[in-house]
Design a binder for this molecule. Structure first.
Ligand code: ZN
Length: 192
């Protein structure tokens, strides 16, 4: 089932999400619905707060990003051919590598893209889709998307990483998004 994506301005996007246990009601269906919702909106990641659930759950598929690249471009990213995974109760163990810029967007903030600096490498402790404990290090484009989604479960957004001036300049656009004054080709839930 495709779920509506919460738009900028909704308070759930600013909450620190909580860990869940194995008995969380309807977890399997929720994960299936999140994959479906992410692909239907052409996303490469989706976090539970974006579908109005303040829990530490996100899904990432960067394999689809590599499918569209030529060999040279693929070579630029050490995580080729990408990562497809479910992350439950994720917590960052360490951030490593230098900061690098990448032009990011967000399904909750449509039509806005900005360069964001993030670490090249992240090590996370989390439970996978089978609730098995994992501790893994991610790099490249996978680390990029994982860090973006991880921000969501901590109540942060990619626009928090850009300069105050740039944020000031986009204030009108952000207000429009929160009021539903934006055209998107996927289902959204607007706060106002
Ligand atoms: Zn996002």
């Amino acid at each position: 089932m495709i779920l509506p994506i919460v738009a900028y301005g909704h308070p759930v996007l600013r909450q620190t999400a909580t860990d869940i246990d194995k008995d969380y009601p309807g977890l399997e269906k929720l994960v299936t619905d999140m994959w479906e919702t992410m692909y239907a909106s052409n996303g490469v990641g989706l976090a539970a707060p974006q579908i109005n659930r303040s829990i530490r759950l996100f899904v990432v598929d960067t394999e689809q990003m590599f499918e569209g690249m030529d060999e040279d471009e693929k070579g630029e990213y050490p995580d080729n051919p990408g990562t497809k995974a479910v992350f439950i109760n994720a917590h960052i163990v360490s951030l490593d590598g230098e900061l690098w810029p990448y032009n990011e967007g967000c399904l909750s903030i449509p039509k806005i893209r900005e360069d964001v600096n993030r670490n090249r490498e992240v090590t996370l402790r989390y439970l996978d889709g089978q609730f098995e404990p994992q501790e893994k290090t991610f790099t490249g484009i996978s680390a990029r998307v994982i860090l973006h989604e991880y921000d969501h479960i901590d109540g942060k957004l990619f626009i928090d990483h850009i300069s105050q001036l740039k944020r000031k300049l986009m204030k009108g656009k952000l207000t429009d998004i929160s009021k539903g004054k934006v055209r998107v080709d996927y289902k959204m839930m607007f706060p106002q």
